[in-house]
Design a protein. Structure first.
Length: 368
């Protein structure tokens, strides 16, 4: 394992840790990453959350492989989008583009990436709609589409961006704002009885609306929570991190028994009539991989096979459900099409496969 310097992160550098026991062919994983990256960069994605998730995946591929080609593809496209003109109004969803801006700024030092990123952070901190204890309302447009609703999606699109920038700036208020989002989304969305996450919560009606355990919502929650310990120095000094770690542990314990024989998860997790959905499966498997619990090795190994089987020769991640609001009933979730290429499917698959390449560096003792 490479030696690291700087503040101790919660998820590294412990003595007596156990390693994951994973089975994969490195060359095959590098090849599938390459195919997905090139397919993704050929998509006509614009400045919103599908692009944000997709380019997060490309950023992860660049950072884990070190391939300058991926950085150039990303930079050229983001530069083109910036030059064409950015949206006049930010939304929670559009803040997902902040992830690739962090990567581009760190790789190039170009100030305009940082300036655009900070305009998103300023929006989240000062202008985004909130309710209750400063909880971000999920927004997809300039309109107040979902009054006082918390969706798991917000954790990836906004809270995760806030955390990354807060750590970079050593801004304690920003870090605590991000952790506060996880804390309240846990309280609003996770069922303490079974560990699973509902898709959304309505603070006006005080309910979970259709009350569905949507696969991708659980992926947004699990993946982002799995990232906190590895990115926040001395996270054990933040009381609300303990809720993040505890929530994730209970969630992953619940999710492992819902994995299908194909190593995947369904779009409605506890519904055997729902189809296996690949973006959710990639996000959940990536969370298990990041968490590094050796007892999850067998589930991750099944996921490796299942996810590889759902990448086409030209790099399309298949069987990814379309954009999904909090639907009225279970049939609404079952009926969402999975025929088309989606940015979030590409991005979450890249996040999983890219992390897999450096999985020999993951070591945990399970304490946090």
């Amino acid at each position: 394992m490479m030696k690291k310097t700087g503040p101790l992160l919660c998820d590294e550098g412990r003595n007596g840790g156990s390693m994951l026991k994973l089975e994969y062919d490195k060359k095959q994983i590098e090849d599938v990453i390459d195919r997905i990256v090139h397919k993704t960069m050929n998509m006509d994605l614009t400045w919103d959350w599908p692009c944000g998730v997709a380019y997060y995946g490309v950023s992860e591929a660049y950072e884990k492989t070190g391939k300058e080609e991926y950085l150039k593809l990303l930079k050229d496209r983001v530069d083109e989008l910036i030059d064409l003109g950015l949206p006049k109004v930010w939304t929670v969803n559009a803040c997902a583009m902040g992830h690739c801006l962090i990567t581009l700024y760190e790789a190039t030092g170009e100030q305009r990436y940082w300036d655009i990123l900070m305009s998103k952070v300023d929006y989240i901190r000062n202008d985004a709609l909130r309710f209750g204890d400063h909880v971000l309302q999920h927004t997809v447009s300039a309109n107040n589409d979902f009054p006082e609703q918390a969706w798991a999606d917000t954790l990836f699109m906004a809270a995760f961006v806030l955390l990354r920038v807060g750590v970079k700036l050593k801004d304690e208020d920003m870090i605590n704002d991000a952790l506060n989002q996880w804390y309240w989304h846990i309280k609003y969305l996770q069922n303490p009885g079974n560990g699973l996450y509902y898709h959304g919560y309505n603070n006006i009606t005080k309910d979970h609306m259709s009350g569905i355990y949507w696969g991708r919502a659980n992926a947004w929650a699990a993946y982002t929570m799995s990232q906190v310990g590895g990115r926040l120095p001395e996270c054990y000094l933040y009381p609300r991190y303990m809720d993040v770690a505890g929530s994730l542990n209970e969630q992953l314990s619940a999710l492992k028994v819902l994995q299908t024989e194909n190593g995947l998860w369904r779009t409605v997790l506890d519904d055997p009539e729902s189809y296996e959905e690949i973006s959710a499966s990639a996000g959940i498997a990536a969370a298990m991989l990041e968490r590094g619990n050796p007892l999850h090795s067998k589930y991750i190994n099944k996921s490796i096979k299942g996810l590889l089987a759902n990448v086409s020769e030209d790099g399309k991640v298949m069987n990814v459900s379309g954009g999904t609001a909090v639907m009225k009933d279970i049939e609404g979730y079952r009926s969402i099409s999975r025929d088309w290429i989606q940015g979030w499917g590409q991005g979450l698959a890249l996040a999983f496969f890219s992390k897999l390449l450096v999985s020999d560096q993951i070591e945990k003792d399970g304490a946090l």
